[in-house]
Write a protein that binds this ligand. Sequence first.
Ligand code: UDP
Ligand code: MG
Length: 324
Amino acid sequence: MSPKLLLVVPCYNEQEILQLTNQRLNTYFDQLLELKKIDSSSKICYVNDGSKDTTWTIIDSLTKSNSRVLGVKLAKNFGHQNAVLAGLFSFVDQYDCYITIDADLQDDIRAIGDMIDKFNDGNSVVYGVREDRTSDTFFKKFTAELFYKIMEKLGVPVVFNHADFRLIDNKVLKEFANYKEYNMFIRGIIPTIGFPSDKVYYKRLEREAGESKYPFSKMLAFAWKGITSFSTVPMRMVLWFGVINFIVSFVIGFYVLWSKIQGVAVSGWTSTLLPMAFFSGSNMIAIGLIGEYVGKIYEEVKGRPRYIIEKISNAGDSENHNVG
Ligand code: UDP
Ligand code: MG
């Protein structure tokens, strides 16, 4: 089967590279068509994420000269993740599968063909995984590795070295649309949806033109968003820290009392230190406990679906996707 593919490309100030990207993608699409890997109605959709340069003018003219190209223009800069969402959710039910890829060609486009193969093998999700990061700076490599490690430890279900280069099918996209949270961290959500999945490996290349829109400050903010929108572990750490503080306060208390009994304490010292040690410990436990409840509220407010049914057989063989 040759699936109808939509390629979603978020673009923020990409005027230096967009023409080249479009050329390469179109050439590659032609090859895929020739190999009958994709349907001829497959499209490339550029999402302009409130660029301040001529990115939209370029996209607009591409849509006019090439019927394969679609353009989505966001009202302002909403950030990479939201740009991807806008591209995907605007075309639910219109394609068989959807691939998201950055505009800078750092992700090897040849992996797209492999993704389609894996889709045809029956996978609903295909993750693009970076095989090596030789083109990245030491700093980027180090921080990225640290990011995945921390996420793993905190119980966030990320796929190691997978960014936002992935294929999902329409079934997954429909389920994904039920995740209404404001702080969307796509690469953490997709694995929680389920369905058969696989990976394809590729080499991460250098950005060919323009510069990274992810300076260190943005990268930190991104990592923080990933952690806080998935994990309540930091709050639990406060609770445990409080418990430890509380135990330590007892030790300090004994020492203080013992000094008092021995008569080596200056007057006023015992009555100051004892309550201080006791209350700082119990305060932190209280904060941690409140945090636990805030955490629960936070989980609820997100209103994520509690289960997703892939298929119900024997019910007239209709494919139901019930979300509860
Ligand atoms: N991007 C976007 N909105 C933003 C920042 C980035 O749509 O606010 C797009 C950008 O145009 C690119 C992709 O997200 O297609 C990844 O950004 P970039 O290549 O700068 O990140 P890096 O690869 O350096 O992490
Ligand atoms: Mg990049």
